[in-house]
Design a protein around this ligand. Structure first.
Ligand SMILES: [Zn+2]
Length: 303
């Protein structure tokens, strides 16, 4: 029985990574921090340019009388396309290329995975397949990440259209003042950087877990499922959410099978093996051979 006072042996201040992996986890965390900062810094000027571009193109396209968007058919038609124009302006400002280049760097995480596999091989006393992926193997995960990051801006664009539509309805025949629409642009674009950076951070973690999952599947082909158990690993501090805290505690004493993990629900994103705690979570599943050493010792050694 797990008592609240009896923390698992692996739990140290701030992290529950096993001793040998502390450095790897710390370095990985710092790499993610630097990437999120790079994303935020790079996105700001793009968003500013897009905001200006959208305002200018609206000013050109719309029939504006005395500072008011005239409530006519032509304006209606133009404003109905607002979310598309929003994305077009972002891409014209370099957004799509920026996200693509950003996700191309995710492969820099592979050495962290290799260090983890090296640790597991030592723990199991068994040779494990090396981390090796062809670019086209990674392409699918990188494309998922890019599309996931972009979906945040698509949601912002849709919200902008929704706000403008609601305001136009409120002003009715008087017509929506152009400066009211600009205020909506400012608010939506302004909030978008932080929101998009948060999504980028999640996309990095999900990319890594998907690639780790592929690697684990290769290992699972060599080591029978009988000895495959996973622990939950990563930060344990004041911001660790209840789901992650619970998983750290539970798996600290009883590592879980993949089937057990697949039944879990974090209340946010499906597929807990890849999503862990959900948005912004940096935890990961770690194949854990420690309790199975005796069994692994009886397996034929890999060549
Ligand atoms: Zn977490």
């Amino acid at each position: 029985m797990v008592m609240a006072t009896a923390a698992p042996a692996e739990v140290k201040a701030g992290d529950n990574a096993p001793g040998d992996l502390q450095q790897t986890f710390t370095a990985h965390g710092e790499w993610i921090d630097a990437m999120v900062k790079q994303f935020t810094d790079g996105l700001k000027p793009i968003v500013e340019k897009a905001q200006k571009g959208l305002e200018e193109s609206m000013r050109r396209v719309l029939d504006i009388q005395n500072g008011t968007i005239a409530p006519n058919e032509a304006n209606q038609h133009a404003l109905d396309q607002l979310n598309l124009l929003f994305m077009n302006q972002l891409d014209a400002a370099g957004y799509r290329a920026f996200v693509q280049a950003f996700t191309e760097q995710f492969a820099e995480q592979l050495p962290f995975l290799q260090e983890t596999i090296d640790f597991l091989a030592r723990q199991a006393g068994h040779k494990l397949p090396a981390v090796s992926f062809q670019p086209h193997d990674l392409r699918v995960f990188t494309d998922i990440a890019a599309s996931d990051i972009r979906s945040t801006m698509q949601a912002v664009a849709a919200a902008t259209l929704g706000q403008v539509t609601a305001q136009r309805a409120a002003f009715g025949l008087a017509g929506l003042p152009f400066k009211e629409m600009v205020k909506i642009f400012q608010a939506e674009f302004g909030g978008s950087v932080k929101r998009n950076a948060a999504r980028a951070e999640t996309a990095i973690a999900v990319w890594y877990r998907q690639v780790a999952d592929e690697q684990y599947k290769r290992i699972e082909k060599e080591i029978p499922s009988l000895v495959q158990r996973y622990i939950y690993s990563g930060p344990l501090d004041s911001v660790t959410r209840p789901f992650c805290r619970h998983m750290l505690t539970v798996t600290g004493t009883k590592p879980l099978t993949r089937a057990e993990i697949d039944k879990l629900d974090n209340g946010q994103i499906p597929n807990v093996f890849v999503s862990c705690g959900g948005w912004g979570c940096r935890h990961q599943w770690l194949l854990w051979f420690d309790a199975m050493k005796d069994l692994i010792g009886k397996l034929p050694k890999a060549a």
